[in-house]
Design a protein around this ligand. Structure first.
Ligand code: GAR
Length: 207
C-alpha cells in the first residue's frame, strides 16, 4: 500500500479527485496518510475532516527561516510514513531541502501543457489568463516530478484541452480541471503505486 501525503493551499478539488478515485476503486493500493495545507482557511481541510483524513496546517510564516519550515514539512511527512508527496494546488515554492529529502518522490499538477505557461509567477488562474492572452487553441494539464527548477522536472503525464471561443479564465480553469487534472493526477499516482514510473535523466519512462 503506497502511503501518500498531499500538499494543498486552497479549494482542494484535485485532493478530492484523489479521494474519489480511491473510493471508486480506480486508484488502487494507495492510502492518503496526511494532508498538509499552507493556508488555515483552505477548503481542502474541510474535505479531509469529512473523509477522516489526518490534516494539519503548516505555514511558512510561522518559522524563523525557510530551512526550519522545510525541516518541519520533512519531519511531518516522515513521521506519517509518507512514500510519495503529491502537490495538489500547492502555491508555495518549495526549497531544495524538502526536494532532496523526497527525490523523485514528489509529484505536482500544473494547469498547462508544460513548457507553456509555467515557472515562477504562473499558478492557478494566472496560467489560464496567460493562455487566453496568448490566444492558444489548445491547453491542458501536466503531472511532473518536482525538481529544484520550478515546473521543469520530468513529465509523467499530460492531457490536452481545447480552448473555446469566448472562454473566460474561470471557464477554462474549470474545463482543464474536469477534463484533464482530475484524471491525470490519480492516474499518475496509480502508475507510481505500481512501480511503473522510471526516471531516466529528465525523462520518465512508463514501464
Ligand atoms: C489547480 O488548477 C492546480 O493545477 C493549480 O492550482 C489549482 C488548484 O485547485 N496548481 C498550480 O497552479 C501550481 N503551480 P484545487 O485546490 O481545486 O485542486
Amino acid at each position: 500500500m503506497l502511503k501518500i501525503g498531499v500538499l494543498v493551499s486552497g479549494g482542494g478539488t484535485n485532493f478530492q479527485a484523489i479521494i474519489d478515485a480511491i473510493d471508486a476503486g480506480i486508484l488502487k493500493d494507495t492510502k492518503i496518510v496526511t494532508l498538509v495545507s499552507s493556508n488555515p482557511n483552505a477548503y481542502a481541510l474541510q474535505r479531509a475532516k469529512k473523509h477522516h483524513i489526518d490534516a494539519i496546517c503548516i505555514r511558512k510564516k510561522d518559522y524563523e527561516t525557510d530551512e526550519l519550515y522545510q525541516t518541519a514539512l520533512v519531519e511531518h511527512m516522515q513521521a506519517k510514513g509518507v512514500e510519495l508527496v503529491v502537490m495538489a494546488g500547492f502555491m508555495v515554492v518549495i526549497g531544495s531541502l524538502f526536494i532532496q529529502a523526497f527525490e523523485n518522490r514528489i509529484m505536482n499538477i500544473h494547469p498547462s501543457l508544460i513548457p507553456s505557461f509555467c515557472g515562477n509567477g504562473y499558478y492557478g488562474l494566472k496560467v489560464h489568463e496567460a493562455a487566453l492572452e496568448k490566444g492558444v487553441k489548445v491547453t491542458g494539464a501536466t503531472v511532473h516530478f518536482v525538481t529544484e527548477q520550478t515546473d521543469a522536472g520530468p513529465i509523467i503525464m499530460q492531457k490536452a484541452v481545447s480552448v473555446l471561443e469566448g472562454d473566460t479564465p474561470e471557464q477554462l480553469q474549470k474545463r482543464v480541471m474536469e477534463e484533464a487534472e482530475w484524471k491525470i493526477l490519480p492516474a499518475s499516482i496509480q502508475l507510481f503505486a505500481h512501480n511503473r514510473l522510471k526516471v531516466i535523466g529528465n525523462h520518465v519512462k512508463i514501464l
